[in-house]
Ligand binder design. Structure first.
Ligand code: FAD
Ligand code: DLZ
Ligand code: SF4
Length: 513
């Protein structure tokens, strides 16, 4: 076998990675590179860069300790070439390399880049399937073929069957596929929320934190209290803590939001799953075992497994099925630019203020914050999908385009015209008030429908439906709200339109809202 260069990306930090499987420890060279092009193509959150660089350095160390030959390019190496291709080109020149092995990347633009390397370098380049995912993108395409709507629920059921997860013979455990109806509680006052797993930075992480502070000073976010896992062992610790301490309550409080409590009963493993420190198979297995051992109820375990085996695999399928066109979709013709306060958190809307400042501090927000606070506001305000996609890709430490874009363009913005979501996830203030305690601390009054003190979500919700009547009124799942809108007195509708106009004017002038 010829000497092979094996490039490993920041989100491919798995010992079981396809392109590592036939590695010849004596003759092959593994390359990891911290490069400007990847760290700056959007201005990633400081904690995201620190997390990935530290995880890369730890992974390189683990590879070296296992006997592999590793070439590691640090960000501040004086002759750092600045992009993956140039680092690969340099490594092939110096090390007698005869071929290159890659694993299928998580972003379309990276794949396009990979595809050009064989010709540019004039040596064979092999791109291997990323078999860490449980569903192959070709199988997803087959499943999707000839379907008008690609509902996650049906894909998920098929995944349960093909992987025999939470199944009893050919029936779903407990007799139902989906226990979502049991998973919509607000937080009970007397429930104690466990602390999330935190790790003290070691020397490798300290070095990286210093580097990021210096080199990425103008990026969003802060580096204080950096506590992420940066090794596989630590990531397994986060997973284990979730299964023993939080999974039991994951289901019922999945959609709850609490002021000052960003982590709740969620797993906090998306960072590790997406960069390769954890594998979906082992995560699902551990959760399923908790159910069989009687350590967690079915609504929690099924709810959690649906996220990993269902949603996570499904959004990846959608991304690769629809790219590159997916990026250009804007079914609702949203045109507004991203409000400035999405960077500063300076807003009187307390729910947004909380979610944005937590995002700034943690590079994390849980799902319902991303969907029903931040996403809901961006949908109702008609912010352009390009701006919204860029923001979400920047601010979350688990964000790569394959997972971020379908959630943004499909789930929150309805920019794909309903391919992913059967209706837009639009809601007024009463939903937020029901699921959180944010409204108790807000400048605005959630009970008020109109006027300067009214919760903006209340009139923006109706204004959104009114503005998008033509595209949404025939959606059967929006029958009820449109019936209400159609019966609305002219006077009331005029107030809604006026309040929305005043609000948007202030927003566009960058005045405090
Ligand atoms: P938990 O609530 O504990 O869920 C368990 C796991 O399920 C997660 O770790 C994740 O791997 C998976 N999962 C849950 N929901 C989804 C989903 N909708 N799509 C894909 N996987 C899911 N997730 C990302 O990993 N990266 C992103 O860039 C990202 N962007 C998002 C943008 C928007 C607008 C929305 C609405 C959701 C986004 N999500 C994204 C999905 C979800 O919000 C995060 O996976 C989750 O909040 C991560 O926290 P957790 O690990 O504590 O998740
Ligand atoms: C997100 C990211 C960052 C911040 N830095 C690097 C890097 O320096 N080197 C690298 O190999 N990858 C990095 N990544 C991840 C890539 O930008 C890209 O999102 C994924 O590798 C796609 O699979
Ligand atoms: Fe958010 Fe409205 Fe509640 Fe304020 S009143 S926290 S803006 S939902």
């Amino acid at each position: 076998m010829a000497n092979t260069l094996r490039l490993i990306l920041a989100d491919q930090l798995s010992m079981s990675l396809a392109s590592l499987q036939d590695c010849d420890k004596n003759n092959d060279l593994i390359l990891l590179a911290e490069v400007k092009a990847e760290a700056n193509y959007v201005k990633h959150h400081k904690k995201k860069i620190a997390f990935l660089f530290s995880a890369m350095r730890h992974f390189a160390e683990a590879l070296t300790n296992s006997g592999y030959q590793v070439r590691y390019i640090k960000y501040d190496d004086p002759d750092n070439q600045g992009c993956l291709f140039k680092e690969v080109a340099r490594a092939t020149q110096n090390a007698n390399i005869e071929q290159i092995a890659l694993t299928f990347p998580g972003e379309y633009r990276v794949l396009e880049d990979f595809k050009s390397w064989q010709q540019k370098l004039d040596i064979p380049v092999t791109i291997m399937d990323d078999d860490r995912f449980l569903s192959h993108i070709d199988d997803f395409a087959k499943w999707a073929k000839d379907k008008k709507q690609l509902r996650m629920e049906f894909f998920y059921r098929q995944m349960r069957q093909t992987t025999m997860t939470l199944m009893e013979a050919d029936q779903p455990s407990g007799g139902k596929w989906n226990y979502d109806s049991a998973n919509r509680n607000a937080m009970d006052k007397d429930v104690e929320i466990p602390t999330h797993t935190q790790f003290k930075p070691d020397q490798i992480t300290e070095d990286v934190l210093q580097l990021v502070e210096t080199e990425f000073a103008d990026h969003f976010g802060n580096l204080q209290n950096f506590h992420f896992a940066t090794t596989r062992k630590q990531a397994l610790g986060v997973l284990q803590d979730f299964v023993t301490e939080r999974l039991v309550n994951f289901g019922q409080y999945q959609d709850a939001m609490v002021q000052g409590k960003p982590w709740l009963f969620h797993s906090h493993i998306s960072f590790y799953l997406n960069c390769g420190l954890l594998l979906p198979r082992e995560v699902i297995e551990l959760a399923e075992n908790a159910y069989h051992n009687g350590d967690a109820p079915l609504n929690s375990v099924e709810g959690f497994i649906r996220q990993v085996l269902g949603w996570r695999e499904y959004v990846r399928g959608i991304y690769w099925l629809k790219m590159p066109d997916y990026k250009k979709q804007n079914a609702l013709h949203a045109q507004r630019t991203l409000p400035e306060f999405f960077w500063s958190a300076e807003t009187d809307m307390n729910c947004l203020q909380q979610c944005i400042s937590e995002t700034r501090d943690n590079a994390y927000a849980h799902h319902i914050q991303r969907l029903m606070i931040l996403g809901n506001f961006l949908l109702l305000s008609g912010v352009h999908p390009d701006d919204v996609n860029e923001w979400y890709l920047i601010v979350y430490a688990d964000a790569y385009e394959w997972v971020e874009m379908p959630n943004v363009s499909g789930m929150i913005l309805y920019a794909d015209g309903g391919l992913l979501a059967s209706k837009p996830y639009a809601a007024s203030g009463s939903y937020i008030n029901k699921m959180s305690n944010y409204c108790q601390h807000c400048h605005y009054n959630v009970k008020q429908k109109n006027g300067p003190q009214a919760c903006p979500f209340n009139y923006l919700y109706w204004d959104f439906l009114d503005r998008n009547r033509e595209k949404l009124a025939t959606n059967p799942r929006l029958g009820m709200p449109f019936a209400t809108l159609n019966k609305m007195k002219d006077d009331k509708l005029r107030h809604i339109r006026q309040d929305s106009e005043i609000f948007f004017k202030a927003l566009d002038n960058n005045e405090r809202v």
